[in-house]
Every structure is written in structure tokens, then in C-alpha cells.
Design a protein around this ligand. Structure first.
Ligand code: PMP
Length: 367
């Protein structure tokens, strides 16, 4: 068996230790004589798996007690719709910071549902190469929340600060963050957020699961006639089991959380590894004449590193040779072209070293 290095933006690499444990437990989960996939979601065994996963996630991120953690389906994209449905039922407007393609989709989905939205600031004028500064953020007087994308997966643009907007009365505008592509990449202060959400298929586990962390006071503000499955309050009350949840993905996410805690040593340790991986790849890109990345240093994503070749005629050879060398999924998003190396938590430092060596070699021989 050969495991290649996988730089896919998502579904992304999973830790080998997690896959091995899943394989060990696949047919017979801890002597129960059945697979986790075959268990009732209401069984004692699965409830224990679900509760352990949530407890480990809370421990890793330091989620305070006044937040609920929901294990949902529909991807981060369904949250683009569920957020305004849940947060604007009592009026107010969604405010949005625009820093790339995913933030735009979040805005457009809210508009599509008929919600009046306000764009607070956008990095469109600089080609999404630097995020707007905190002092450029002007929310509307009726802002019910401020939405942003902490890491734009396609553009490779990451916030280097957490936006905070204080109202005249001192209260903060609830901050809603799409953390799909950088959640768990390092420590954060959850108490700065109203809602955090993320599709699982990058740093959490396999596709099919979406995590939503929502502060208690934001529950119960939904529009009256939305489907039960979209209602945060109902989902929270039912322990994310209004219907059958994605049980196997939930279990695998739990294994990833255990790996982060026990094998990596928590998010501070993960943060240091991620910083090292990204720093060396950007340094290699900056030192080369063939590769370039346009993002402002402070906003260069640690998770997704897009780069272009000075001569795009070499793209095909680059990708073919990388693939043959066991470096998979380096093609950039179809909307932007070029290359993109995603360096999520489960991508080991040795993968980055191998990529850097390959890139140097390719540059020397120019294909
Ligand atoms: N937001 C961000 C930042 C993403 O990277 C993605 C997926 N690449 C999405 C939202 C959409 O996620 P999903 O496919 O889970 O709906």
C-alpha cells in the first residue's frame, strides 16, 4: 500500500492514525459485533461516541458553556441560508465583509432568500489580496450580525485579526464566521463569536457533516415558518438529532479530535506546525523566479497556498510530474487556474518538504 501526499482543498487528507483506527473498528466496534455505520443513532454506543466527539471538540477550541455545538448536514453552503433564516426572524440586517468567492456566495444566498443585506467592506478593489482593516468596517445601524470568511479557500486569503464592532451602548454586533477551511488550525477565542460554522471536509473529517457553534442568546430568533431541520433552536434541543444525523462522519470527526488532542497535543501545538509548514512553502515561492503568490504577507493563508507559474504553458507538465511524484491535487480551483497546495492539519510537514523539493527541481529543469 502506498499513501501519496494529498494537497486537496477538500475533501482533504485525513490523519493516517485516524484511518487506521477506523479500519480496526470497521467491522466490529469495540467488541459490540457491528460497525458504527450500522448502529442506531439513538443507541447507547452511538450516543457515547457523539458525546465524546462534542466534549473533545469543546475542549480543543475552549468552547464556553453558553454555546451549543450542532452536528448537521447540508455543508457550509446550507448555513449560507440557515444563518439569515435563524438570525433575522426578529428583524435587523445581515452585514457582510467580502473577501472572496465563499463570502460572496454567503451574501448572495441571503439575498436570494429575500433578505436585505449590507456590505460592510470588500477587498474586491485590491483583487482580494489583502483583507479590509478593522477601521474600514462600517456596519449598518440595524445590523443583526456581521458575517465574514476567516479563510477564503480559493483565493488563499486569511484574516489576521478578528473583526469586532461595538455599538454605541457597548454591546458587540454578533460575529458570524465561516471557518470551513481554517477551523482547528490553531487556538481561537470562541467568546468573540456569535456563530462559527464549518463544513467538515477539511480540518474536521469526511464530507457530509457540518459543525455550527452558536451562542445561546442567538437561538430562538428564527423566522416562524422555516423547516424544522433548519431551526437552530430545534436542532439544539434535539441534540442535533431531529432526524438521523450523519453518524459515521460524526464518529470520524471524533477520531480526528482525539488525534488532535492526544497525538498532536492540542491546538497550540497544531498552530506551530501549521505556521512552519506555511512559512517554508511561501519562502520557497518568494525565492523562486518561476512561482509567485500575490497575497499580502499578513493575509497569506496558512491552509491554502495558491501560486502561479510565470509561464502557464508549463502548468500541465507541472501537474503531471507532481502527480507522478506522488504529490496529488495541486491544481488550482477551476475559477482561478494555476496551482493550490492545501496544507490542512492532516498534511504532514514531510509533504510540504517533498513539495518544495519537487518545485525546486521542476524550476531547475523547467519541465
Ligand atoms: N465556505 C468555505 C470557506 C469553503 O471553503 C467551502 C467549500 N470549499 C464552502 C464554504 C462550501 O462548503 P460545502 O461544500 O460544505 O457546502
Amino acid at each position: 500500500m502506498t499513501r501519496h501526499y494529498n494537497f486537496c482543498a477538500g475533501p482533504a487528507a485525513l490523519p493516517v492514525a485516524v484511518l487506521e483506527r477506523a479500519r480496526e473498528e470497521l467491522l466490529d466496534y469495540q467488541g459490540r459485533g457491528l460497525s458504527v455505520m450500522e448502529m442506531s443513532h439513538r443507541s447507547d454506543e452511538f450516543i457515547a461516541i457523539a458525546e465524546r466527539a462534542e466534549a473533545d471538540f469543546r475542549h480543543l477550541l475552549g468552547v464556553p458553556d453558553n454555546y451549543r455545538v450542532l452536528f448537521l448536514q447540508g455543508g457550509a453552503s446550507l448555513q449560507f441560508a440557515m444563518l439569515p433564516m435563524n438570525l433575522l426572524g426578529q428583524g435587523g440586517r445581515g452585514n457582510f465583509i467580502q473577501t472572496g468567492i465563499w463570502g460572496k456566495k454567503a451574501l448572495n444566498e441571503a439575498k436570494h432568500l429575500g433578505f436585505d443585506c449590507h456590505v460592510v467592506a470588500s477587498s474586491e478593489s485590491n483583487g482580494h489580496t489583502a483583507v479590509p482593516a478593522q477601521d474600514e468596517l462600517r456596519v449598518s445601524a440595524d445590523a443583526a450580525y456581521l458575517h465574514y470568511t476567516s479563510n477564503e479557500t480559493i483565493g488563499g486569503l486569511e484574516f489576521d485579526y478578528t473583526p469586532q464592532i461595538q455599538r454605541a451602548d457597548g454591546a458587540h454586533v454578533p460575529l458570524v464566521c465561516d471557518m470551513s477551511s481554517n477551523i482547528l488550525s490553531g487556538p481561537i477565542d470562541v467568546s468573540e463569536f456569535g456563530v462559527i460554522y464549518a463544513g467538515a471536509q477539511k480540518n474536521i473529517g469526511p464530507a457530509g457533516l457540518t459543525l455550527v457553534v452558536v451562542r445561546d442568546d442567538l437561538l430562538g430568533k428564527a423566522q416562524a415558518n422555516i423547516p424544522s431541520l433548519f431551526d437552530y433552536q430545534m436542532l439544539a434541543d434535539a441534540g442535533s438529532m431531529v432526524n438521523t444525523p450523519p453518524t459515521y462522519a460524526w464518529y470520524l470527526a471524533g477520531l480526528v479530535f482525539q488525534w488532535l488532542k492526544d497525538d498532536i497535543g492540542g491546538l497550540a501545538a497544531m498552530d506551530a506546525i501549521n505556521q512552519r509548514k506555511a512559512d517554508k512553502l511561501y519562502a520557497a515561492i518568494d525565492a523562486s523566479e518561476l512561482y509567485s503568490n500575490p497575497i499580502a504577507n499578513a493575509n497569506r493563508s496558512r491552509m491554502n497556498v495558491p501560486f502561479v507559474l510565470a509561464d502557464s504553458a508549463l502548468d500541465k507538465a507541472f501537474l503531471q510530474q507532481a502527480d507522478a511524484a506522488g504529490l496529488l491535487n495541486l491544481k488550482g480551483h477551476r475559477s482561478v487556474g494555476g496551482m493550490r497546495a492545501s496544507l490542512y492539519n492532516a498534511v504532514p510537514e514531510s509533504a510540504v518538504d517533498a513539495l518544495i523539493a519537487f518545485m525546486a527541481d521542476f524550476e531547475k529543469t523547467r519541465g
